[in-house]
Design a protein around this ligand. Sequence first.
Ligand SMILES: NC(=O)c1ccc[n+]([C@@H]2O[C@H](COP(=O)([O-])OP(=O)(O)OC[C@H]3O[C@@H](n4cnc5c(N)ncnc54)[C@H](O)[C@@H]3O)[C@@H](O)[C@H]2O)c1
Length: 434
Amino acid sequence: MKICIVGAGYVGLVSGSCFADLGNTVWCVDKDKQKIDMLNKGQIPIFEPGLKDLINKNYSSGRLKFTTNLNKAAKNSDIIFICVGTPTSSKGESANLQYVFKVAAELSQYINKFKIIVIKSTVPITTSDKIEKIILKKKRKKLFEVVSNPEFLREGEAIRDFRFPDRIVIGANSKKVIKKLKILYDPLIKKGAIFFPTSRRGAELIKYTSNAFLATKISYINEISNLCEKTGVNVEDVSLGVGLDKRIGGRFLRVGPAYGGSCFPKDTKALTVTGALYKTDLSIIRAVIKSNEKRRILLTERVKTILSNKIKNKKITFLGVTFKPNTDDMRESSSLLMIPYLKKRGAVVNYFDPSGKKKEFSKLKNVFFCDNIKTACDSADLVIIHTEWDEFKALDFKKLSTRKKFKIYDMRNLYSPQNMKKQGFSYHSLGRQN
Ligand SMILES: NC(=O)c1ccc[n+]([C@@H]2O[C@H](COP(=O)([O-])OP(=O)(O)OC[C@H]3O[C@@H](n4cnc5c(N)ncnc54)[C@H](O)[C@@H]3O)[C@@H](O)[C@H]2O)c1
């Protein structure tokens, strides 16, 4: 099939290259010329395992193309996926839909023959109805169909998730269009993905309900871990013991910092806005948002306790700053609160992240990127394991720093408190007796 993907970000690039790999011809469009120029030179603007090879393979075969010209890409395609961002609005907590609506308005000028317009961006219930209205201002109903097809991929596992999704949710009002999208997704359905057609509004709400539920699981175990610390119970045992119940499941039930990333924080907030709009009190989700905000503060404050309230002139090392491993995405990462907080109180912060230097910290005085673990940790007073990249899972701490008596704050419970104690380290983790 001939496909146009609008928005060459995490979702657009992965979806575009995977659709091309399935044999389709794909135009990836972005308004960011620099990004498109990079892609046309074989450079990949984001870090996602396997993406570079997949893009280069399909680009070379001619099935994957990059352009800033939406008109040309849309005219040459039968199916148009909108994959632009829907961040939290600068005023309030609702989803900012200006990018999605702008694409819809542009597309309304370019539609020349029947197009399926698929909304892959995460959008609040009724957004697809609004997109339809925008296009109807310029084009007749016969010329297009708007469909909701929310994306469930996870950064860091995005290619695998795209190829082997649990389900493909299609919210559409037309049977003909559902049939066409089933053909597009057929290679994934044959490998076991469940094709789930539903109403357009239903598909929109399924996406928010899924993300809010996963955020709830994370916040729930994080709060239980606070109780574990007070009662001498090991939270890892609780996670396992609870997660083995098939009704609950062990995934997203691991203790850690506040949830971050480009989805859960903004989507939980946007869902409560929708609730308020329809006079429905989503009190559970509001509690989750509050609990997550408290967690950010709690874990940051704990650094003070570990350093006996003496932060000034202390050398603090962050191993990992992204919100999770295998991505370069910094959106809503806990480190964005923690590092400026510690710097403001006089600490000198070194950080190493396998995905590289971060522009978010480049203007902060006394915050330095190191290009390897050893340099980052050398002469540290405190090493904070912030993100569970594989690189941090089997460290020989004795060889890491010239300063013998440094402390370790493991926010991912990667090491055994007993072993660390045996080695003589002052080791602090979450929800366990340290
Ligand atoms: N990142 C994820 O893990 C993930 C997973 C599932 C769903 N989603 C949802 O998918 C959507 C996209 O997320 P993302 O993380 O890929 O965003 P992103 O910020 O990485 O990418 C969005 C891209 O859209 C481009 N863009 C904006 N306006 C445009 C326009 N008018 N024309 C062409 N390009 C335009 C931007 O330049 C940018 O490159 C969001 O709604 C998000 O909630 C994201």
